[in-house]
Design a protein around this ligand. Sequence first.
Ligand code: ATP
Length: 354
Amino acid sequence: MREAVLESLRSVNDPELHRDLVSLGMIERIDVAQLEHAAGSAITVKVNLTTPACPLKATIERDVRAAVLGVPGVETVSVEFGAQVRMPATPPLPGVKNVLLIGSGKGGVGKSSVAVNIACALAQSGAAVGLMDADVYGPSVAHMLGQGSAKLVGNAERKMVPLEAHGIRFISMANLSPAGQALVWRGPMLHSAIQQFLKDAAWGNLDYLIVDLPPGTGDVQLSLTQSVQVTGAVIVTTPQDVALIDAARAIDMFRKASVPVLGIIENMSYFVAPDTGIVYDLFGRGGAAKLGNYPLLGEVPLDTDVRRDADEGTPAVISHPDAAASKALRQIAENLAGRVSVQTLAELPMAQLV
Ligand SMILES: Nc1ncnc2c1ncn2[C@@H]1O[C@H](COP(=O)(O)OP(=O)(O)OP(=O)(O)O)[C@@H](O)[C@H]1O
């Protein structure tokens, strides 16, 4: 019976990876139990997803159930899920499976807010997540996580120990330099700071290390793409033309550095009036589509909760999980995790999948 069930699962494709669950090594266990009062068997299938934030869990469950119910003699099916983010062919750092860059063309489009919320949403789903604030000139991650005045310390191996908040580990220049003081650094100093944040920090084991870049196309971006094997970059933009022009430059920079652009996030996409429910497209919702053929990971509405929660140090996906913006941000985190799986598995030789 177990063999017949396994065979039936060869017909179920992961909808994003376009390969069947068996050859992807996603079937962790098949249990067969004989039912007492029925002729057939009760089957339990455990599917090991490629990310705990899988956006297509419901589809996979439905398809597994249908395939297994089609096997003669099967009476009931229950589907269990586990998840393990796959180690890519070339891990970017020891213990770190993916480095994801969050960039923008313009400042103030909400890149840090999006990065912080995505990091928290991925951690909420069960992933091990780190957040590195590479926006050295305007570090806001620590403040958005309620840790603006915390100080970074070293461990016995003289490695920087990331701070922790809301289930993620993070490092920000704000936790090294005195508050309110401007950083006046040239390229080489920035390069060595970025190296230290990446390589002289005790990140531990991470599924995703998210990097909040400074806006634009400068030294930090260059330094990062040259220092580690990056899984991909995400561009945050607002929908109006002036933001899109700069976003296109950022995309071009990643293309030239051979960093895959995993998708675009349109922030401040629209506004829903809380009293009337009327939707206002303040900046021209849908503008991000003009950036070309890149997946749109999602649209985040302008929402007071996002701003207020960032100022108060608890990201919206945690303090207001039911707000429309939080739902959009969670969906974006899942879509991004899905894109990362596609990217990693496309590069892994078939033999390493099972
Ligand atoms: N969807 C949103 N709704 C309401 N406010 C938002 C939203 N996204 C961001 N904001 C607010 O907009 C301001 C700018 O956001 P943020 O600092 O994340 O932008 P940024 O692109 O990282 O800026 P910079 O690159 O200049 O540091 C913040 O006050 C933030 O709380």
